[in-house]
Design a protein around this ligand. Structure first.
Ligand code: ATP
Length: 251
């Protein structure tokens, strides 16, 4: 298995407060990884550092062997890293298809400003429609994105995150605001996409049932530090993890 991304001692400080401190992490190609931990543990900040949304204060990040520590987010996208966001971030006035066309066109290095209008070619349309079909939004492709249900907007964000054809894709709480069965569905979709598209997904998720059902590897964050990582069966039995979660959710 290929080591896709290697973080070595990455840290992020806000004032005197270390949101992420000295985290070593290896993301292996093809291994569906979940990042878990209590609120404020540093999960989103860690993913911000790895995807380029935030600058590291210490440490290095390597992606397929190259040092990307100082590369901006668009350059990391170009190299094969994409992400979705914790807060829904679709363009509500644009159609569902146009929302996906923007990152498709960005990848193809064409002008894609929603303010200047979009004139994509047939291939770009086909690709966007195909992506929507893959996430189950083919029937609502012509609707304004803002008219979609919350769950469908989260699916749309997954399609948008896949448009750059990432090798590594971070999904920050893709199931937030969903009921347990919707969570199961969305994460089953992620597992299927991982298989079909050969994309390595890293998911931040709070629902432990779902985490233990789908993950092949789990990274536990606590107070900005990596507490422990390992396969689900190891994490389930880990005493330190149980203490962080008060034992409740792991039984
Ligand atoms: P949650 O599960 O609630 O989303 P998290 O594990 O993703 O939490 P982060 O969002 O990474 O945690 O935040 C870690 C800590 O860093 C928190 O205490 C947060 O308040 C702080 N923090 C995050 N971003 C900033 C910022 N831009 N400025 C100051 N503090 C920040």
């Amino acid at each position: 298995m290929v080591d896709l991304l290697i973080a070595d001692g990455v840290s992020k400080r806000y004032g005197d407060f270390w949101a992420v401190q000295d985290v070593d992490l290896t993301l292996t190609e093809g291994r569906l990884t979940s990042v878990i931990g209590p609120n404020g543990a540093g999960k989103t900040t860690l993913i911000n550092l790895l995807s380029g949304l935030a600058e590291t204060d210490q440490g290095t990040v390597r992606f397929v062997g190259a040092d990307i520590t100082c590369l901006p987010i668009h350059e990391r996208v170009r190299r094969g890293i994409s992400r979705s966001f914790q807060i829904t971030s679709v363009f509500p006035q644009l159609s569902v298809t146009h929302n996906v066309l923007i990152p498709v066109l960005a990848r193809r290095s064409e002008a894609a400003s929603p303010l200047r209008g979009i004139s994509p070619d047939a291939d770009a349309w086909r690709e966007a429609v195909g992506l929507l079909g893959e996430v189950g939004l083919g029937d609502v492709a012509d609707q304004p994105a803002g008219a979609l249900s919350h769950g469908n907007q989260r699916l749309l964000e997954i399609a948008m995150a896949l448009a750059p054809r990432p090798r590594l894709c971070f999904l920050d709480e893709p199931c937030t605001g969903m009921n347990p069965s919707e969570r199961q569905q969305i994460l089953a979709l992620v597992a299927r996409l991982a298989e079909e598209r050969r994309t390595t997904f890293v998911v931040i998720e709070h629902d432990m049932d779902v985490v233990f059902a789908i993950s092949e590897w789990i990274v536990v964050m606590n107070r900005g530090e990596k507490l422990v990582e390992g396969p689900p069966e190891q994490i389930r039995g880990d005493q330190a993890v149980r203490e962080v979660y008060l034992g409740e959710v792991l039984d």
